[in-house]
Design a protein around this ligand. Structure first.
Ligand code: HEC
Length: 257
């Protein structure tokens, strides 16, 4: 008996451990992202922010615009007019049946940033929505970073500039002197202070990033909506089947009795 208990305990620890390590990452606590695929308005706003502010450098080319149109309750015309800002190889506006690609050549990106900005189609799967939500809200001024001038709380020494600075403004971290359990003094992060105001209030900015992360989460799991709907039909079918099976059983047994 003892053995089994120990075995189950070890199994539990083994499943929980990696989660803890992942969440720890930079050690910075993550804020909860407001992910809700049923909120189409939020997904639409997120798509707009993504196309305007992210697609310049990042691609999402496991996805097509027309598929996104269906999932976000948009017509293909609405997508063409409001969400497609890129051109194809012949210089024509990108077609609605095309993949969501950007126009920046990898070679150029490498020269400018030192790395090619990663494809964001599956980023919400690999990093998690909470990580993204925190990442996009914790860029702060850091004069020691010559190329981008900023740093990030969950991605130390990040190579990406703070592309949403016009909206959020610039912020700097505030530290307080604190003593740890050994009585040693160290600097402790207590929050951010806005140095230059952006176009949005902090609350509005959080909402904008929330919508954007909702969209990124949708990108990495576009079939979730469909899966949930199919699941409901399957359950309804099973319930119906159970009722008929029960009636049938009663019929048969009546003959036997
Ligand atoms: C000016 C170009 C540029 C724009 C615009 C841009 N990024 Fe980036 N981004 C980068 C670069 C370069 C990196 C790689 C950073 C590194 O590895 O240090 C990066 C990295 C990231 C990462 C981390 C990926 C990982 O896990 O390694 C995420 C997430 C991200 N960007 C999201 C966004 C979002 C969302 C937007 C739109 C709001 C955006 N980026 C706009 C250049 C850009």
């Amino acid at each position: 008996m003892m053995h089994i208990k120990r075995f189950i305990f070890a199994g539990l620890i083994a499943t929980i451990m990696p989660m803890g390590v992942l969440a720890a990452g930079s050690g910075f606590p993550l804020d909860r992202a407001p992910v809700d695929f049923e909120n189409k308005a939020s997904l639409q706003r997120g798509a707009q922010t993504f196309m305007n502010y992210c697609l310049g450098c990042h691609s999402a080319d496991y996805h097509r615009y027309n598929r996104m149109a269906i999932d976000l309750d948009l017509t293909e015309d609405q997508v063409r007019e409001n969400l497609i800002f890129t051109t194809d190889a012949s210089g024509e506006p990108t077609k609605v049946g095309s993949l969501i690609e950007n126009n920046m050549p990898n070679q150029y990106a490498k020269q400018v940033f030192g790395v090619v900005p990663p494809n964001l189609a599956l980023i919400a799967k690999s990093r998690g929505a909470d990580w993204l939500y925190t990442y996009l809200r914790t860029f702060y001024l850091d004069s020691s970073r010559e190329t981008v001038g900023v740093n990030n709380k969950v991605f130390p020494d990040v190579g990406m500039p703070h592309v949403l600075w016009e909206l959020q403004g610039w912020q700097k971290p505030i530290y307080e002197q604190a003593a740890d359990s050994n009585g040693e003094e160290h600097k402790q992060f207590v929050g951010f202070e806005i140095v230059t105001e952006g176009q949005l209030s902090p609350k509005e900015y959080d909402k904008l990033v929330g919508d954007l992360v909702n969209f990124l989460a949708y990108l990495s799991d576009p079939y979730k909506l469909q899966r949930e709907r199919t699941g409901m039909w399957v359950l309804a079918f099973l319930v119906l089947l159970a009722i008929f099976a029960y009636i049938l059983k009663k019929e048969y047994w009546r003959d036997i009795h």
